[in-house]
Design a binder for this molecule. Sequence first.
Ligand code: ADP
Length: 757
Amino acid sequence: MVGVTENVANRIVIYQSTDSKDIISALNRENYLVEVLCINEFDQNILRKLNSSLVILYFTLSDAAALEICRQISADSLLADLPVVFVGTSDDDDFAVRAFEAGGADVVGQPFAEKEMLSRIGKHIRQYKRLYNLKKMVLVDEQVKNFQSLRENEERHHAFFDTSADMMFVKSDQLRYLMANKSMAKFFGKMSDEVLNKTDEELADKKRIYPCKSSDEKALKTKSAFTVVEKLGDRIYETTKFPLRLKDNKHGIGGIMRDITEQKMVEESLKAERALLRTLIDNLPVSIYVKDNNCRKIVSNITDYQKLGFSSESEVLGKTDLELFENKDGLKSYNDDLEVIKCAKTILNKEEKFKNSDGNWRWTLTSKIPLIDENGKVTGLVGIGRDITEQKAANETIQKLSKGIEQNPATIVITDVSGIIEYVNPKFFEKTGYTSEEVIGQNSYILKSDEMNPLVYKNLWNTISSGGVWRGELRNRKKNGELFWESATITSIKNEKGEITNYIGIKEDISAQKKMEAELIIAKEKAEESDRLKSAFLANMSHEIRTPLNCIIGFSELLASGDFDETQRHEFVDQIVGSGNALLHIINDIVDISKIEAGEVTIRRTKIPVLTIIRDIELMFRHRIESKGIHLKVNLSETVRNSVVYADYERLKQVFANLLGNALKFTFEGTIEVACSKLGENLEFRISDSGIGIAPHDHDKIFDRFRQVETSYSRKFGGNGLGLCITKNLVELMGGRIWLESEVDNGSSFYFTVPSE
Ligand code: ADP
């Protein structure tokens, strides 16, 4: 719609380029109000304010300027209807055409006919007035409508304005409230109209509204809206301020303030909680991460990204495991992620092995839990991974150690500080015969024997309880009572504070070694003894040899002297023969023992009837025995009378001769008995005498070489101490054994066996 000015008067504005007195006076006569302005002073705003009904462009030769003014008037929405009449002269024949094109209403050439000119002007003014009135009517109608809608709008705005919980205000450039809704007034503890025309300083304590002023001033200077968060008193407000152009073209500001104290507090506490949570997850020594439903990391704590070999979270965010791991570990982990997300499945404590960025293998115990929203949809997953590489390595070491202990050939015992057994290895059971139930919980003294000096245990405990290592040998007792030797190393086990928590004993059975040692000692003693005996033997032997030799030489010299009778000579010869036999016996014994020791004695076994051997030895000894006044008794049971022995005849005779010779030598009265009986597959011969007997502690010794019972008798009766040693060896070479029963002063019985078939 074309705009109109408020009033229209019979006013004509003349823009002249030359004096227009002629037309002014004509118009004045017709009672028109005339405003004359220079053509150069044309200003649309001034023309609008002049409220004229017609414009006359009075010109000479400056038609171009006139035409331009006409165009500007036509183009102005408020002036377009205003009739423009050109009055003047032009050398352009087509001027009229161009004047009408420029929007002109009429062209009056100079000199003009006054009447015609006035009539034309009158007509244009009338037309204009009619148009004006018509437009005014339409306008009024529209204004009424607009006014109603404006009122409705205004009411709505007021309702909105006053009921808003947000504070709203409009301030003047003097920062005085021009408008303030109820919430704004309430801020000051006042009614809306009490606030109007007041400044913040007049309404509230300065401290309470301190930051407002600077943001108000900023709003006055700025061109666009801005939002600030201000702390006013103990509350926090979010305020949007914007510049306003007020009615009187003055600057002002508008604002909306919202109390966001609670929101801020919630935000702050959420922020603090989030920060706390983040600090927590960042400082946990486990990897914690969150992935979206495309398996991409959206949260990664410090442990997580550092374990992956990165230095910041941003380097891993947005990436899947396929991108974070170079090898197939990534695929495995990615597939797990997919399973958790696609199937809403939880993976708990899965052991994963992967190579980290340093190229080292690491073990992780991973749990992945799906994140499910309120609609039951999986939105991602949260993962927790604990590095168990050290634990794995420790476990492996423990496994190795425990196998080492379990399979150790030594006995290993672990006790508590008071010696109560907590652990024993399988070797312990094997060595001691105890079962686990019988020893666990028992004191380690369960093995203690009474064979040890109590001081050893005292020293042991003193050493280990002061943290030292005790090494030594213990004579312990097995479950079955058997004693055994152990070489033990016992030491304490300490915790990280250096406190003793346990003792460990590592022990080796050294019974065999001990036995060997004992045997070696005996052998050594025997060797020494043998050496001693040898010396004694040599001394004795020189005596034993010299005696018969002296005898032989002495009697031979006597014989040679020839001063003796037949009887005496016979006696001398008997002495010489006896001594020669004794010498021969000694030499035979020495030869025999040498052969035996060299293993050169050969046994030729034949079947010998018992009666034959008994008869032969009776022939050898009966006379000698009985001539000493001793009774010889031969005692053969019926069962053995017809038996045979399987032996070397000469050697068997030698055995009998030695035993009977000794019996005769050490018996002075009573009986010497030769008996034979069956003993399994063997025959057992017994030669008993009623002689001086042998003390039990000498029973074993007398079978040793050069050994003689150290009595006055043995010295008295001579002998070389080889007889029984030879006898024993011969019996054993023939497959039998020899032993004796004897008591001092109560006679002796020598038994020996010979295979019978
Ligand atoms: P010797 O030739 O010195 O008699 P033997 O080996 O035959 O050596 O005997 C060793 C020792 O055993 C004798 O010296 C003697 O002390 C003791 N002995 C052997 N037989 C008898 C016995 N029948 N009665 C008592 N002592 C005996």
